[in-house]
Ligand binder design. Sequence first.
Ligand code: CTP
Length: 407
Amino acid sequence: MVDRSTGLAGRRIVVGISGGIAAYKSPELVRRLREHGAEVRVVMTESATAFISPLTLQAVSGHRVHRQLLDEQAEAAMGHIELARWADQVVIAPASAGLIARLAAGLADDLLTTLVLATEARIWLAPAMNRVMWANPAVADNCRRLASREVTLLGPASGSQACGEEGPGRMIEPDRIVKALLDVVRPGPLTGRRFLVTAGPTFEDLDPVRFIGNRSSGRMGFAVAGALADAGASVCLVAGPVQLDTPPGVERVDVRSAGEMLEAVLARIDPCHGFVAVAAVADYRPVEPARHKIKKSGQPLTLSLEPCPDILATVAALPEPPFVVGFAAETHDLESYARGKLERKRLDLIAANRVGDGSGFECEHNALEVYSRDCHWSLQPQSKTTLAHALVEIIAQQMQQREESTP
Ligand code: CTP
């Protein structure tokens, strides 16, 4: 059973550390965030490393510390844009006067400032500096500019300072930072749950230049992944070839064919509580793609195709399947086909939409009929984003019901 009592469970937090004596408190902050269930990655500025060792932060966060924009190894593990998307909160503690000035100016001259510009996550700053610096109108100005951009300032506190002076400028204690986050970041209905989502079409290669594809844009699957993340879930999105931005807080794996999609799903399904198959997976693929470009001969061409693996049915047939949600696109007899798939593939829910009359594929709006074995929900035509949130509410409610009824 998932422990949902911890308010930051499943939250993805980047802790940024800039140069200042208060950096000695940052490992404690990381530890506390993790105790509350958050996943934490640490980004340090160059001057921060003069105050505290990256190794300490690596040990307390359980992950390699990100330090440089152009660090090949770190970029290969998780690039800075990926990290910016991964985060749902960025907490910079301590935030030095210099860093605050660079953020206020919108500079992107190191990894931390670039990440702040590139993220859609909420940003929190815990300033720390000498009291006279804190009182300087230039600093006050910069803080006002940041606050007007919805950056939240925490502190500073008053008290004795490292420089021997007394007054405001101390970084607030890690406990107070965590409390501020807990007050705002409410756990969602799916906090602490892991989901795997498939989206987009698959392309099945005929030869090195041609493939069998379909018109799925991937938008519905991406919207579902985003809505699951908004509900607090950790989400991995296995995406076929699409031109879409990854929703904030979602981890993405790109694949091309049904075979690759199945492999990516099976490699990640194990710790998942839910699987939502939105991808329009090809039903058939060439038995053997040609190694060289197929040349025209003027004669009819017969292609030999074999069925693709059914990813959804494979997951639902696992010995301990997660909560499984399928999609169905139908031109007619929507309910009977959808219910048939629900039974045949042993799904918990199926979301069916009508296609072929200008709705469904390649458009922003959609409507869904959602069926479980004994319930039916009708979701009226609306944007795919709103629709995805409505579907995720049903998923969360049904998962909870299933959990409560399982001894
Ligand atoms: N699906 C899958 N793997 C496949 C085919 C489909 O995971 N190889 C999933 C889709 O992601 C979707 C659901 O199964 O969730 C669609 O079911 P399916 O029976 O394949 O629908 P259609 O392709 O529309 O089938 P039919 O032609 O029988 O209507």
